[in-house]
Design a protein around this ligand. Sequence first.
Ligand code: PRX
Length: 631
Amino acid sequence: MSEDKTIYRPSQEIVEAAHVPDYDALREEAAQDPPGFWAARAEELLDWYEPWERVLDDSDAPFFKWFTGGKTNVVLNALDRHQRTATRNKLALVWEGEDGTLKTYSYFALNREVCEFANVLRSMGVKKGDRVTIYMPRIPELLMAMLATAKIGAVHSVVYGGFSVEALGERIEDSESKVLITADGGYLRGKIVPLKEIADEALQRCGTVEHVVVIRRTGEPVHMEQDRDYYYDELMALPVARSAGDGSETEVMDAEDPLFLLYTSGTTGKPKAILHTHGGYQVGTATTLKYAFDLKPEDRWWCAADPGWITGHSYIVYGPLILGATSIMYEGAPTYPYPDRWWRIVERYGVTILYTAPTAIRGLMRFGDSWVKKRNTSTLRLLGSVGEPINPEAWRWYHEVVGKGECPIIDTWWQTETGAFMITPVPSFPLKPGSGTKPFPGVQAEVLDDEGNPVPPGEEGKLVITTPWPSMLRGIYKDPDRYIEQYWSTYEGKYLTGDSAKVDEDGYFWIIGRVDDVIKVSGYRLGTAEIESGLVSHEAVAEAAAIAIPDEIKGNVIHAHVILKAGSEGSPELVSELKAHVGHEVGPIAKPTHIEFVDALPKTRSGKIMRRLLKARAMGLPEGDTSTLEG
Ligand code: PRX
């Protein structure tokens, strides 16, 4: 990616209005005592049932604990406390369906529905610590399901609605969920995604789920299993939904009690469940959202991600609700029915901050400026980017055409594991297109060479985080060894991000990309192992290797190399069949763009596929060092 060293300075108006007018000064102050910085935010931004005894317990590192002894529940801050102030009457959520349906919820209305659903879940026998899988389209009930689960102290595991049978089944099984919350279907580009049908097939492959709650979104008839499946609206009409009178009790949790599992792809093998907890996660999401996006009561915040990924968990659901903000949520595709759909949403609801991924920006940019220009987007004051590096061309289009040259672009680098932004500017800070600028106050990052020494300015190395932070993952569910191995074993005492990066002479960080077997397609995180296991589950396939090939719009696309079993022959029909098979097993987002039939895969003498070599060959680049190649 080409670098653009132009420096964009914010207007005086933006600097004066900012929560953090002098970012470097705050960073330096926080660096003197990071736990102290976070503790001050925990006190300032959140209510606690009981205060913590210790801010950071590092006695069992890398199993760090934050705010130990503190009692809380994310719902205390996201909903309960707002019922006692004027925020109760404020809009929490403005939701637009792809079909144009509009629904709005005040903090009061959202809380009422969450309380009733919490009562229903309790009556189904869901208890503190139980896992609940949520597999839904982008509709308000997805938020309610997450909040109701958290409220009763259960642990949610949201599976993105774009995943399919095997991916869903595997995640339900690994989390040993008792309850699955899903919908009869969802809308995407005018078509119905048959979520219940996919869920039924997944449930045949795993055996822990006792009850399924089905939200009616499309109204299409779906199979309902006797004594297992119940419609949400019918459950919510039962007296039990109102059994606790005017509300429902929020479970008092320890700061370190689990809040959710979120599966993500790693270097090898199956997706792993990243674990986040009630206390530190709230501190991280609320602080970063407030400072990096200067969130103010008058804002209308639109995080256009899906709640099924970490971006949605932290910045559609928890961060904005904790801060009492008004969020916009849209169900469907950005270009449906026309490429001005997003700009119509900005105009219709007066969005002030838009937060999205470079892939969406590039996708919309392709249709030209006129679609943006014919809509009134003058309410926008800040723009955000996440999920992959943003190329300077897309940055400039976003800044100049969408933001009319006036909106700073907040390029936030972070991960499922980090829970909240780690490297990001704040609106008052000078920007360079494509750089997330510097670590957030209280976060310390470095770029290291293989020996663990910081690399000189401008040179590429591995990005690490050197001190613990409150919203950090608390581990991989059921797999403490993998947690240590994956994140903490490369450099003693430092968290390995899996990304390569550079730091320039001004101390600005530039993310280059993943250095492991994780592929970012349209900003979605996939493991080569997941795509490959999707391929080898087809009867014709003996072995497969997936790599990422750069793509102008999607960032990367998947190129799969496939060795067929004896007796099977490669053909265009088989290519289509294999793509459809991966779509059915893993999900449409994992479908390879290219499938190439090969007789052998280059491997090291220890049997590891040399993906670097496959990539060089696919892109027609020099093969580099092949000395470890099997003879
Ligand atoms: O490679 C980095 C890329 O996304 C990875 C994390 O993916 P995931 O856990 O799905 O979380 C995505 C949303 C937080 C990182 O390791 N990434 C994320 N944000 C950026 C980014 N790459 C460059 N610039 C970013 N702003």
